[in-house]
Design a protein around this ligand. Structure first.
Ligand SMILES: O=c1ccn([C@@H]2O[C@H](COP(=O)(O)OP(=O)(O)O[C@H]3O[C@H](CO)[C@@H](O)[C@H](O)[C@H]3O)[C@@H](O)[C@H]2O)c(=O)[nH]1
Length: 461
């Protein structure tokens, strides 16, 4: 187990899903709890913990602890292996850890990433109050919550398979989505059904939660979308973007290659296409990566591309040397610094939610290539609702040229980005987010008064 610290402050245990896009916002949430006098303790499986303790800045403030995932060294930690570990192996270890922490002073709450809903059961077993955390956009949570309705209306089968093609407006006020773009439709028929089961189970468990903290701005920033459902359980507290509550630099699982900032210094303002698919190149596939490489080269546009070493093997022979004047490739970039750089003109992205919010924060136009999960929903908001980006149709030369041209020649986009930034991250928005977090903490305190449990006695607030 990780390092144990014994303090008298009330502990909040944080359980993220073990991936970069989840650990980053959870750590930031932990940081926000710090300033309210709590001791946040984030629990991850060993393979993530190792990355965190070697690299992350605020590990001493947010105590990081590990539990075994029970998988052997050689097993690749893909979605289904992790799911198995979460369901079968990790609960007993978390239970044991929570008991230990309780002996030391008291766990007042466990915050569980909904993608790690296994930990809800553990919290209940330990009789500790539990709240949910949704690291993505509120609109995606709503879409997942509407699964029973979709089945009822015959839009999808009982196993989650779309019953019709084309674009559908799944929820009032939300942009249209193609029926193939629902978050669980990844891979083969069998994996689609398994992922759908994962979501229905997540939904069943999350319905029992009193609170849900969402790393999203209120109402997805769509005028037509009301917060009505916040009266239902769980009570939704929009606390995003957490960047506004936590000041520390983004925690990175991999070493950031800072040399790309020197390269950017030498480029013309707003000329560079920054290309990154987060920690998720896998589902794009080798063929498309190769096409994108050729498309970027022949577009003549300067580019900075985040691509891990394993993926570079699939590039055309001599590619990296050939494009060395035009483009720079790094394994992992200091993304916030890159997006803040004036040389970056647009960001070719998979539309991961953290990346989307970072682009809004840095006011960079988006060239969207959603791949899986919630990314299609994010893309629909970027393109249709906020109009701060365009969608790419593919990675052929003409697609890259056309995408870059369309995103760069839109004169309205800078204004739209500025307004969206102000509305979602300006001073008024930031105070609202802080007030939402305080409301949640007040609720937590109320619960401790109404239902005092032994664990809460040390809550010295
Ligand atoms: O070279 C890089 C590339 C990425 N990042 C950071 O890594 C994070 C990536 O997060 P995100 O954009 O959300 O992508 P994923 O890691 O792919 O996130 C997963 O989790 C998100 C939150 O649930 C979902 O929205 C995504 O679809 C899902 O793939 C961001 O903070 C980036 O700044 C870097 O620091 N350097």
């Amino acid at each position: 187990m990780g390092n144990m610290k014994c303090t008298k402050r009330a502990k909040i245990v944080l359980v993220p899903y073990p991936a970069q896009g989840h650990v980053t916002p959870m750590l930031k949430l932990g940081q926000a709890f710090l300033s309210h006098g709590f001791e946040p303790v984030m629990v991850t499986p060993e393979f993530i913990h190792q990355r965190i303790i070697s690299r992350i800045e605020f590990k001493d403030e947010v105590v990081c602890m590990s539990i075994p995932d029970g998988l052997d060294e050689k097993t690749p930690r893909d979605f289904f292996a992790i799911e198995k570990a979460m369901e079968n192996n990790m609960p007993a270890h978390l239970e044991c850890l929570v008991h230990k922490l309780n002996e030391e002073g008291g766990v007042v709450c466990i915050i569980v990433d909904l993608l790690a809903s296994w930990a809800i059961k553990v919290a209940k077993k330990c009789a500790v109050p539990v709240g949910g955390f949704w690291p993505a956009m509120l609109a995606t949570y709503r879409l997942i919550s509407a699964i029973p309705d979709m089945v009822h209306k015959g839009l999808i089968s009982e196993t989650g398979i779309p019953q019709q093609g084309g674009s559908v407006c799944f929820l009032p006020g939300q942009p249209m989505l193609n029926t193939e773009e629902l978050p669980w439709l990844i891979g083969t028929l069998a994996t689609r059904k398994s992922r759908f089961k994962f979501w229905t189970r997540t939904l069943d468990r999350s319905r029992t939660l009193p609170w849900l903290l969402v790393n999203s701005f209120p109402e997805g920033c769509n005028e037509n979308e009301s917060m009505e459902s916040s009266r239902d359980y769980p009570h939704v507290f929009p606390v995003g973007p957490l960047n506004k509550l936590a000041v520390a630099k983004n925690p990175s699982f991999w070493e950031e290659d800072m040399s790309c900032l020197d390269w950017l210094d030498k480029q013309k303002p707003a000329s560079v296409v920054y290309v990154s698919f987060g920690s998720w190149v896998g589902p794009i596939g080798e063929g498309k990566v190769k096409n994108l490489a050729l498309g970027l080269e022949s577009s003549g546009q300067p580019f900075l591309w985040v691509l891990g070493p394993a993926w570079r093997e699939g590039l055309p022979a001599g590619y990296v040397e050939r494009v060395s004047k035009q483009g720079q490739m790094v394994s992992w970039a200091p993304q916030m610094e890159v997006l803040q750089h004036k040389a970056v003109g647009c960001y070719l992205t998979h539309c991961g939610w953290n990346s989307t919010m970072e682009a809004i924060q840095c006011q960079k136009r988006l060239l969207c290539y959603p791949v899986a999960g919630d990314q299609f929903v994010n893309c629909a908001y970027i393109v249709e609702v906020w109009k701060i980006g365009v969608k790419m149709n593919g990675f052929e030369r003409k697609d890259v040229e056309e995408g870059v041209r369309r995103v760069m020649e839109d004169n309205e986009m800078n204004n739209k980005l500025m307004r969206l930034n102000e509305k979602t991250m300006g001073d008024a928005a930031s105070s609202r987010v802080m007030a939402n977090l305080t409301d949640f903490i007040d609720d937590l305190k109320k619960l401790t008064v109404e239902h005092p449990v032994k664990a809460l006695c040390s809550l010295n607030l």
